[in-house]
Design a protein around this ligand. Structure first.
Ligand SMILES: [Zn+2]
Length: 146
């Protein structure tokens, strides 16, 4: 038993895996005291790896490969620093529109300033266009799509 770093430990009583710094004392799933020879499935260096390995350890073997791919792809998303969250984007765009659902660089820029969003307004528009949130109507005029 290594005890260093982060471990995925399998509870001898309920067979469920959980993550632990070191080895821990009780199973968080069934509350049983862990035996000193509780199985350490794998040891990893970081909590984010641990999150993935615990999820995998509790997944039937035939589903693990696809789950691993999904989790690792997810992890990349988490680590990417986005200047603006995509959830907020439609809201931001909406605040910049006039009564007809149209916006321009001139109306969008103050909204970005107000929300302390540090991104080039034209980049944001290009990003929104590529996501199908906006469609260009004129040189400096975009329509917000529902
Ligand atoms: Zn247990």
């Amino acid at each position: 038993m290594s005890g260093a770093g982060w471990n995925v430990v399998r509870c001898g009583a309920c067979k469920t895996c959980h993550g632990h710094r070191g080895t821990g004392r009780n199973c968080p799933h069934c509350g049983q005291k862990l035996q000193s020879d509780a199985e350490i499935v794998i040891s990893v260096a970081t909590p984010s790896e641990l999150r993935i390995e615990v999820a995998l350890a509790n997944t039937p073997e035939e589903l693990r490969d696809s789950l691993r791919k999904r989790l690792q792809a997810n992890q990349k998303l988490f680590h990417q620093e986005e200047p603006i969250s995509f959830q907020r984007l439609p809201q931001i765009l909406l605040s910049a529109t006039d009564g007809n659902g149209a916006l321009s660089i001139e109306t969008l820029q103050p909204v970005l300033d107000k929300n302390s969003i540090n991104i080039d307004v034209e980049d944001l528009i290009a990003m929104s266009e590529s996501q199908g949130l906006l469609v260009r109507l004129d040189t400096d005029c975009w329509q917000l799509l529902e």
